[in-house]
Design a binder for this molecule. Structure first.
Ligand code: HEC
Length: 211
């Protein structure tokens, strides 16, 4: 009789524990909850985030293509290793925002997602939405937009030896021994751009010098 009792009680404890956890998450700093944002502000931040993400993406792409053309894949990987983060950082500084690229499958651990970014990444992975989203938080407005794999990306994020040439693979393995960002296929979701607009954010023009 005691045995039967144990079996009956155990699942209900597990259900209670899991339901408590999900309730807690609602109030956590990292939940997908947004404070109210006016319609005008929503449009403003969606447009501004889209503009800045496009600009940073174009910046990385231009440099990447140049490095691939002029120096080949080995040097291009090194370029990404040395320049992608400083480029995003210098643009963030210029605009007074905090911007980064992040993913559930990381190449560089420095790009790791925070708890909110993780939930956003999981949401995009489930819905495969291509739309940007914003959330108003205590730190400011947070903007996210998904990044998908295009043809060019396969050279460094595709299948080793098939899409990724040997020489690139050597560089990747040297620089990122714990690389999880290989074996992607065309149009897979790779990650998100994540931008934090501080509460006093004011839009400014494009940088005059190329960072
Ligand atoms: C020449 C090789 C190369 C190409 C081509 C390339 N990447 Fe990467 N990618 C890298 C390297 C190296 C890193 C790590 C950069 C760093 O150290 O921050 C990276 C990092 C990233 C990250 C940041 C998250 C993480 O895992 O660290 C994203 C997102 C990303 N790449 C997306 C793309 C997309 C989308 C494309 C195609 C438009 C692309 N990459 C093309 C080499 C490449």
């Amino acid at each position: 009789m005691k045995q039967v009792f144990k079996f009956l009680i155990l699942p209900s404890i597990i259900i209670l524990l899991t339901s408590c956890q999900s309730n807690d998450k609602q109030g956590e700093k990292g939940s997908l909850y947004s404070e109210p944002l006016s319609y005008q502000d929503s449009i403003f931040y969606i447009n501004e985030g889209t503009r800045l993400a496009k600009q940073m993406y174009a910046g990385i792409l231009t440099h990447l293509n140049k490095a691939l053309d002029e120096q080949g894949p080995y040097e291009a990987v090194k370029y990404c290793n040395h320049k992608a983060l400083p480029l995003t950082d210098s643009l963030s500084k210029h605009y007074g925002i905090k911007a980064k690229r992040t993913s559930l499958k990381l190449r560089n651990p420095q790009n790791a997602p925070d708890s909110l970014e993780k939930q956003v990444l999981q949401m995009y992975a489930q819905t495969l939405s291509k739309k940007p989203m914003i959330l108003k938080t205590k730190e400011g407005v947070r903007f996210f937009t998904p990044i998908y794999i295009a043809e060019l990306c396969l050279t460094c994020h595709g299948v080793p030896n098939q899409d990724i040439p040997d020489v690139t693979l050597i560089a990747l393995n040297q620089l990122y021994p714990n690389d999880q960002a290989k074996n992607y296929e065309l149009y897979d979701i790779r990650g998100v751009w994540s931008i934090l607009f501080p509460p006093n954010y004011k839009p400014i023009n494009n940088p005059t010098t190329n960072p």
